[in-house]
Ligand binder design. Structure first.
Ligand code: PEP
Length: 249
């Protein structure tokens, strides 16, 4: 039985003060579940104050990005060591916004995944096809290429969570149907089995992301291979994030 994960990706929203206000209420309102973990990934500037508030609560802390070097002359970048020191236990990598706006390639994402897991942090590896790739019938090829390249040279998936995020569903209000998502999730689990063996395929968490909201969370979580969600917009509002955390299977 896999423990599910409900993760909020705040992207470039909320100042430290706004983040503090939000998590203070979140920690007092959230229900504790033994079958699911809760994670928030605020902007870097909010990590330290949010981490202090989350101490002793069941809510985990994650970062949205990292550089793959340990330290050095890399202006504007941040390392796993710096993030770990703030209390981060997850880092998102390969998000489509990083791939498309900041030109991150599978090779760069692969270096990041390796650095994250060797630092003892869980990597949330995002993969997903663009609309034109889906329309041309290339969804599985794209996902397979991204997973194979981003996990190249990694011996097992113990420190990896995969987030399937169809690019056409991110921030558009247009989510994949539960059946469309399940089809890809089941393909990903099969691919992990092929690459790393049955045991890792059974254990790995595969999250869905792309316009998750209170109205669709229950039907998404009812799917066999959907082990949780990565939520952007709807994680910024307390009421909607709480309802998503409170999903019913
Ligand atoms: C995301 O940022 O990973 C995401 C899925 O965003 P949204 O939920 O807003 O589509």
């Amino acid at each position: 039985m896999r423990k599910s994960l409900v993760a909020g990706n705040w992207k470039m929203y909320k100042t430290p003060r706004e983040s503090i206000e939000f998590v203070k209420v979140l920690k007092d309102s959230v229900k504790v579940y033994s079958d699911r973990d809760i994670l928030i990934c605020p902007p870097f500037t909010s990590l330290v104050p949010v981490s202090d508030i989350l101490k002793g609560t069941p809510i985990k802390l994650g970062a949205q990005n990292v550089f793959f070097e340990e330290e050095g002359a890399f202006t504007g970048e941040i390392s796993t060591r710096m993030l770990k020191d703030t209390g981060v236990s997850y880092i998102i990598c390969g998000h489509s916004e990083r791939r498309n706006i900041f030109m991150e390639t599978d090779e760069i994402v692969n270096k990041k995944v390796k650095k994250i897991i060797s630092s003892g942090i869980t990597a949330i590896l995002c993969v997903g096809e663009k609309l034109e790739e889906r329309e041309k019938g290339n969804t599985f090829n794209v996902i397979e290429r991204q997973i194979e390249k981003c996990l190249e040279g990694i011996k097992d998936t113990a420190g990896v969570v995969i987030a399937y995020e169809p690019v056409w569903a991110i921030g558009t209000g247009k989510n994949a149907t539960p059946e469309q998502a399940e089809e890809v999730h089941s393909f990903i689990r099969g691919l992990i089995e092929k690459l790393f063996g049955k045991d890792f395929a059974e254990k790995i968490l595969i999250l869905y992301g792309g316009s998750v909201k209170p109205e669709n969370i229950d039907s998404l979580m009812a799917q066999k291979d959907i082990d949780g969600v990565l939520v952007g917009g709807a994680s910024l509002k307390l009421e909607s994030f709480l309802r998503i955390i409170d999903y019913k299977k």
